[in-house]
Design a protein around this ligand. Structure first.
Ligand code: C2E
Ligand code: CA
Ligand code: CA
Length: 580
């Protein structure tokens, strides 16, 4: 290999890759006369060229287009597509009439091209300097954007701002709006058929689609607006240029129209659509959270109504819409940990000692706020998600119990076991495993099942309950008296506890018939030797009467409301002090 060394320290290191010896000689000579302080390395072999270009030892590659084994794009493809932050500038040397090649070279990532026919000291110098400058600039831009991605502000798939940056910009717009009285609109968008594309064409195609969608979105908004990817196929925008609902609606409709155009993904045509919800500052919300929540509600409405675009508050939020929102959100809720567990204390009514807690699930819904289980458990029970949910609650509760016991608080824990789990044999192993890995005595766990749960398949339920019971876990019949055939269960099933439904407990002091029911449940419980727990004790009088009737345990608002795990500790201390 022939090398010519320039003396200056800042010499540009040039790699010349050309299989033609005559061409190499001409180029070398031109280089020497071009006035650049250059250090030239040359090779005829494309393989060696690739290796040297990647070594980091050169600043600029002069690359011939045609080689006996293929063209430069085939042989150096990887080098072209490499990040500019980590490679030399590329000048492609083309032959006569290769204009098409020249254009393609730039498109593929070369910085410059030079026709061998026009080889002159000035043109070669200009090409090299320009390639160096461009690759440095592109490299700096790439590094900057990598840095921003690293700082966690940009989505690396699409390059759009991510959820965090979006909220940052939105909060800024809210502050600015509050200060100056300016108005703006918020757009929440969700692709309509993304999952179908992802499932049928694969994840990589899905990624391609998201990139193309982002590109179209970027083109639809002005520079001073923000468009961001805030979730899988969810996008959001702050339109500071669209101050009116009408203006925002026009933008949203245009977005809808461009998304309705087919996408070409890996030679396949895909159709998706987009649903947009609009909310305006300050009419629909004065905080970022409120605006997002309301634009999101409008978006769901647009989706449910198949209308593409909806403005918050323009349509009616009906019950059907809300339950759709709940059912649709369950899976993500579990994935995103939107659900959490609270604990309600249970005490011995006689000496007021705290004996345990019941775990109750809650859902912090992104649009609807805090939801009680009666609003989403039925939907979860219609799908298999109830299984995941129940096991998740059980796991959290066992972890919490472990934390309490390490702080010296020994509480038994009751967990509601949905009916659907009594239909799956695996549940026995799953419970066993969770209890074992939590390292607690099985008897400190009580599983509450409802009579209706047992009813759907009594034989299977009995079998599962027996297995759980012989492992040592306690079994409780919840809402006792509200289902059917209670007596039969008491006789056949391995039951340790029954809970009197709060419906009867609440009426105890006023309704003679409720008092009779409570009395007979207690009598039954005692006859069968099971613990009876009264639920829903809301006042002292009910408490007094329950004790009078011989009820040993209870829970209810008069004792303690459901609270988070950490609060249980403080609550118990305060409770104990009050009893002294
Ligand atoms: P439940 O098992 O009968 O739970 C007791 C319910 O009564 C809880 O409502 C509790 O907050 C409420 N409560 C407690 N004391 C009082 C009181 O003094 N007065 C009144 N009015 N209410 C009281 P929550 O938490 O809304 O749960 C409702 C139902 O949802 C539960 O009824 C249970 O059937 C179901 N559930 C709760 N958590 C779970 C869970 O993790 N898994 C399953 N499968 N179901 C759950
Ligand atoms: Ca319960
Ligand atoms: Ca109950």
């Amino acid at each position: 290999m022939d090398q010519a060394r320039a003396t200056e320290e800042s010499a540009i290191r040039i790699l010349l890759v050309d299989d033609d010896e005559v061409d190499r000689r001409v180029i070398r000579r031109t280089l020497r006369r071009c006035g650049l302080a250059a250090e030239i390395e040359e090779t005829a072999s494309p393989e060696r060229g690739v290796e040297r270009a990647r070594s980091g030892d050169c600043d600029c590659v002069l690359l011939d287009y045609r080689f006996p084994t293929g063209d430069a794009f085939e042989l150096f493809g990887e080098l072209f597509s490499q990040s500019c932050a980590h490679r030399p500038g590329i000048v492609l040397l083309t032959g006569m009439g290769d204009e098409r090649v020249a254009a393609e070279a730039i498109q593929r990532g070369a910085q410059e091209y030079l026709s061998k026919a026009e080889l002159a000291p000035t043109s070669i110098r200009r090409a090299i300097e320009s390639a160096r400058e461009k690759v440095m600039m592109q490299g700096a831009l790439e590094r900057r954007s990598e840095e921003l991605t690293r700082m966690g502000l940009y989505d690396h798939l699409t390059g759009l701002p991510n959820r965090r940056l979006y909220f940052d910009r939105l909060c800024q717009a809210v502050r600015e709006g509050t200060r100056s009285g300016s108005r703006f609109t918020v757009l929440m968008m969700d692709l309509d058929l993304f999952k179908a594309v992802n499932d049928s064409l694969g994840h990589e195609a899905g990624d391609d689609l998201l990139r193309q969608v982002s590109e179209r979105l970027r083109r639809m908004v002005r520079d001073c607006d923000t468009v961001a990817r805030i979730g899988g196929d969810e996008f959001a925008a702050v339109l500071s240029t669209a101050e009116t609902i009408e203006g925002a609606t026009v933008v949203a409709e245009k977005i809808g129209a461009t998304m309705a155009e087919p996408f070409l993904i890996r030679e396949q045509v895909a159709h998706v659509g987009i649903s947009c919800g609009i909310a305006r500052f300050p009419d629909h919300g004065e905080t970022a959270e409120e605006l997002v929540r309301r634009a999101d509600m409008a978006m769901y409405e647009a989706k449910a109504g198949g209308r593409g675009v909806a403005v918050y508050g323009a349509g009616r939020m009906d019950a059907g819409y809300e339950s759709a929102l709940i059912a649709q959100g369950l899976r993500t809720a579990l994935e995103n940990d939107e659900m959490f567990v609270v604990y309600q204390p249970q005490v011995r009514l006689g000496d007021r000692k705290v004996v345990g807690v019941e775990a109750l699930v809650r859902w912090h819904h992104p649009q609807l706020g805090l939801l009680s289980p009666s609003r989403f458990i039925p939907a979860a029970e219609r799908s298999t998600l109830i299984e995941t949910l129940t096991l998740r609650v059980l796991k959290s509760a066992l972890i919490q119990q472990n934390l309490w016991s390490r702080r010296g608080q020994d509480l038994s824990i009751s967990v509601n076991l949905s009916a659907r789990l009594l239909d799956r044999e695996e549940v026995v192993d799953e419970v066993r495993q969770l209890v074992r890995s939590a390292g607690i005595a099985p008897a400190r766990l009580c599983l509450e099942v409802t009579e209706t749960g047992i009813m759907s398949n009594p034989e299977r339920a009995e079998c599962i309950m027996r297995a759980l019971s012989s492992f040592g876990v306690r079994i409780s019949i919840d809402d006792f008296g509200t289902g059917y055939s209670s007596l039969k269960y008491l006789r056949n099933f391995p039951i340790d506890e029954i809970k009197i439904d709060r419906l009867f407990v609440a009426g105890l002091a006023r309704e003679p018939r409720d008092r009779l029911i409570v009395q007979s449940i207690l009598a039954l419980g005692h006859a069968f030797g099971v613990r009876v727990v009264a639920e829903g004790i809301e006042d002292r009088e009910v408490w007094r009467q329950l004790m009078e009737l011989g009820c040993s345990h209870g829970q209810g608002f008069a004792i303690g409301v459901p609270m988070d795990g950490a609060a249980v500790y403080e609550w118990s201390e305060a409770w104990a002090r009050r009893q002294e």
